[in-house]
Design a protein around this ligand. Structure first.
Ligand code: NAG
Length: 236
């Protein structure tokens, strides 16, 4: 780049960074999705899965999901939750990572609603630790929702990988926020440590572990996308 182009490049990069700050991008998400808990992503640009999720098991697109999921910690959950998007992903690792984050966001929203519902339910007997733990879970899942939403926004506004520094910065944001979301989901169960086993505790743990599996898989797909790009010989 010659000396005349450089200032313009810096200004453009700076503007891009401003635009990509997660707190300034919330308005880009369709607000109607906040109140629509659903197992499938409901954000406007997330693809709608077909009614049956395992339609074409021999399809190349489906095989791409299966082989990408093989390197995650929960490959079956990964495949089951993402194979419905195979035709939208079209063997594109960036799109797969984005869809995986959208699915994780949608799940975390659902659990936040569940904890909100649960905290309004009447009476847990004399054990106030349960209501405190449920309140904490509502809060940690709310934080996870924010972090996953920021991650999704960042993935939607990635610069071409050729702009290596901005791209690395954006991917490291996504990796940081996804890890934080995973930690927040996990922290939810801490409040139940001293609570004796029962149906509420079991239901909470089952839900939290499902949400964690989906987020952990999404993070693995993000990491493998970042590694794929970094390993590309054209990457500066
Ligand atoms: C929360 O409560 C509403 C109203 O009772 C219900 O329709 C919804 O399914 C509940 N959501 C969850 C995730 O439990």
């Amino acid at each position: 780049m010659d000396t005349h182009q450089r200032p313009l490049f810096l200004i453009t990069t700076f503007l891009l960074l401003l635009l990509h700050h997660p707190t300034s991008t919330h308005s880009l998400i369709d607000p109607t999705t906040y109140s629509t808990p659903s197992a499938a992503p409901t954000t406007t640009s997330a693809p709608t899965p077909p009614a049956t999720t395992t339609t074409y098991p021999t399809n190349k697109d489906t095989e791409f999901i299966r082989s990408s999921c093989a390197s995650t910690r929960y490959p079956d959950e990964c495949y089951n939750s993402l194979s419905g998007y195979a035709s939208a992903v079209q063997q594109n690792p960036a799109r797969l990572a984005r869809v995986a984050i959208a699915v994780s966001l949608s799940g975390a929203r659902l659990e936040a609603t569940y904890f909100s519902n649960l905290s309004k339910e009447a009476d847990y007997g004399a054990d106030h630790r349960v209501s405190a733990a449920i309140h904490d879970c509502f809060s940690t899942f709310g934080d996870a929702v924010d972090q996953l939403r920021g991650s999704l926004n960042q993935m939607r506004h990635l610069v071409p990988a050729g702009s290596s520094e901005t791209f690395r910065f954006q991917m490291s944001n996504v990796q940081t926020w996804m890890s934080a979301a995973l930690t927040n989901e996990d922290t939810c169960t801490d409040g139940f440590d001293g609570v004796s086993d029962g149906p509420t505790k079991k239901d909470v743990f089952d839900r939290v572990h499902r949400a964690e599996a989906v987020t952990s898989n999404a993070l693995a797909l993000v990491n493998s996308y970042a590694n794929t790009v970094a390993a590309d010989s054209n990457f500066p």
